[in-house]
Design a protein around this ligand. Structure first.
Ligand code: SF4
Length: 301
């Protein structure tokens, strides 16, 4: 089995910079991480071991610690003010590309548009964007689109959205609101775009795909979906220990990619394990056996 890595995969600069800032914190027990830093259980376990406090993603009481760390996903200005008013020191690791979406959305509102955010309703990034807006609409799919009375709409998207999701939603908004002008600003971030493009380049070259990343990670789920839409068997794992050699019997070329919150060490461990699985294949008899036998494992069907 040959293993082909996507040209661009894994951790983006936004998550990397946030983690570097967190590494430099000297007194973790005095800091509460506001919402989930990354949707990556390994990273979260490391933070817990260092003694950071974590507030739940969906209920946000004022933290007891003197300092609050805002994650790369960002928060609204309203929430920032609430924390400041409570006397909290704010350690801000908001990704600049998330900040840009906030700015674009507010500018659209200032210029008379009702703002539509394409993204996951309950995602922390979407919540941060919408909390500062007057009456935003959040659309997760074209099925959510309605006809609204306003004459001007401005559309932005969650940074980890994919074109395959965004384009039909924008078209549906235009079709259902012909009376209105609709301005679309594509705010998908460049690292997400690069990872999807690299995956699309890889898909025709492989017969199965492994995606590494947190199960709750939005962009990792989108990479899985991209592979499935292409018609490939896709295995989503969080780490190397989940890999089983029998899954790869009959697989000749395996693709490997990873979400933007996946640690480089996790990707390397998965890659090393896949190489070990490939090296353990009985080389001389494998092609004949594959030709003679149907695949009989969950990954390559
Ligand atoms: S996925 Fe994009 S927006 Fe989110 S942290 Fe990474 S670079 Fe920033």
């Amino acid at each position: 089995m040959q293993i082909l890595r996507a040209e661009e995969l894994g951790m983006c600069f936004g998550v990397r910079d946030a983690l570097a800032a967190i590494d430099a914190i000297k007194e973790p027990t005095k800091v509460t991480i506001h919402g989930e830093l990354v949707h990556n259980p390994e990273v979260l376990a490391q933070l817990d071991r260092r003694g950071f406090h974590r507030s739940a993603e969906h209920s946000r009481p004022i933290p007891a610690t003197p300092a609050v760390l805002v994650t790369a996903h960002g928060i609204s200005e309203r929430e920032r003010e609430r924390l400041r008013a409570a006397g909290k020191q704010i350690l801000d690791t908001t990704c600049p590309l998330v900040r840009k979406v906030h700015e674009v959305a507010r500018a659209l509102e200032r210029t008379g548009h009702r703002v539509i955010v394409i993204g996951k309703h309950d995602h922390v990034e979407v919540r941060g964007i919408t909390e500062d807006l007057r009456d935003p609409i959040v659309l997760g799919s074209a099925a959510d689109v309605g006809t609204w009375p306003e004459s001007r709409f401005g559309i932005v998207c969650q940074t980890t959205s994919q074109e395959a999701t965004v384009v039909p939603i924008v078209a549906a908004v235009r079709a259902a609101n012909r009376h209105a002008s609709v301005q679309f600003v594509d705010t998908v971030c460049s690292p997400t775009r690069a990872r999807v493009a690299a995956l699309e380049d890889l898909l025709p070259k492989v017969d199965a795909l492994v995606v590494v990343g947190g199960r709750d990670s939005n962009n990792t789920q989108k990479l899985v979906l991209t592979g499935e839409r292409y018609g490939l068997p896709v295995l989503h794992v969080e780490n190397a220990s989940e890999l089983r050699p029998e899954w790869f019997l009959g697989c000749r070329r395996l693709g490997l990619t990873a979400g933007t919150s996946t640690l480089p060490a996790t990707i390397e461990a998965v890659y090393a394990r896949l190489r070990a699985i490939a090296a353990a294949e009985p080389r001389e008899s494998a092609p004949e056996r594959r030709a003679a036998e149907p695949a009989r494992h969950p990954l390559v069907g």
